[in-house]
Design a protein around this ligand. Structure first.
Ligand code: AMP
Length: 281
């Protein structure tokens, strides 16, 4: 396991691996790895000869009053976890390496980035698509692995790759949860023990929605209201949004039909959490 900090060295390694006929799997992350991340590394390892994990807390995807400064970091632990999961390289550039003085180039997907998290975090997805684009140029992977924990991010990246004719296969991977249902997130470490308990209401509300749909309820409004009511049981949880959308275009729907994304975001204490389920109906 090697940690690479420069773009030049990373590109050189990829070039020589590809010259040997090796396939490259890539897992972009912001670090402070957990089993959600390592599951992506394991998927990547199954399908590729070498796996690169990037660890870069990307400043351009954080708003001014967001948690860039308190985003958790622990490179030593990340190195151990990546290696255990089967990665060969960590790409860990500095901010100056990725965005040198005078940097002015951005990549933006319009439309679907205005919805859900994009509505509450203006500029967030522009930061995501810009950094993912740069990382794809540097690592030039055959396949890149993204978690459906960030379902909108998957939709945005898939659209960017399709519309910019990029030669990379995007592989969406399932959400990994704690035993009690909380979706794993690097941000969970910033929850107080009481808030950690309150946060369980998020996955519980989604499980309730799932049960309603499985019982035959197709009324999106009713399901949305049931989620709202369930979350209202926890006064420490402030909902940002609860949306039921068609996963192909992220448009809100009235009737549960096709591939449906039920997504929510909420603040628990100072920590913004997201969770979702995808239902096929
Ligand atoms: P992050 O470090 O939060 O930017 O996440 C890096 C990648 O890991 C993204 O593709 C996330 O969707 C994915 N990821 C984060 N949490 C989970 C989880 N609980 N289950 C599956 N994938 C996840």
């Amino acid at each position: 396991m090697k940690i690479i900090t420069t773009i030049h060295e990373m590109k050189g390694i990829i070039k020589s691996k590809k010259a040997q006929g090796k396939t490259v799997g890539f897992v972009p992350t912001m670090g402070y790895l957990h089993e959600g991340h390592t599951s992506l590394v394991k998927w990547a390892k199954e399908e590729n000869d070498i796996v690169v994990v990037s660890i870069f807390v990307n400043p351009t995807q954080f708003g001014v009053n967001e948690d860039y400064d308190v985003y958790p970091r622990d490179l030593e632990r990340d190195q151990m976890l990546s290696e255990e999961a089967g990665a060969e390289y960590i790409f860990h550039p500095t901010v100056a390496e990725m965005y040198p003085n005078g940097y002015q180039t951005y990549v933006e997907v319009f439309g679907i980035t205005d919805k859900l998290c994009g509505a509450s975090r203006p500029g967030h997805f522009r930061g995501v698509t810009t950094v993912v684009n740069k990382l794809f140029q540097i690592v030039a992977p055959h396949r890149a692995y993204f978690g459906l924990k960030d379902a909108q991010q998957v939709a945005v990246i898939e659209k960017m790759v399709r519309e910019l004719n990029m030669d990379v296969e995007i592989v969406p991977c399932p959400i990994v949860r704690e035993a009690d249902g909380l979706a794993m997130s690097s941000r969970n470490v910033n929850l107080s023990p009481i808030d950690r308990q309150s946060a369980l209401i998020l996955s519980q509300s989604l499980m309730k929605a799932k049960e309603m749909i499985q019982a035959g309820n197709v009324e999106a409004k009713e399901i949305q209201r049931a989620i709202e009511n369930k979350i209202a049981e926890e006064s420490a949880v402030a909902v940002d949004y609860i949306k039921i959308v068609d996963f192909t275009n992220l448009e809100e729907i009235d009737v549960i039909k096709g591939r449906v994304l039920i997504a929510l975001a909420a603040k628990v204490g100072n920590v913004r959490l997201i969770d979702n389920i995808i239902m096929e109906a």
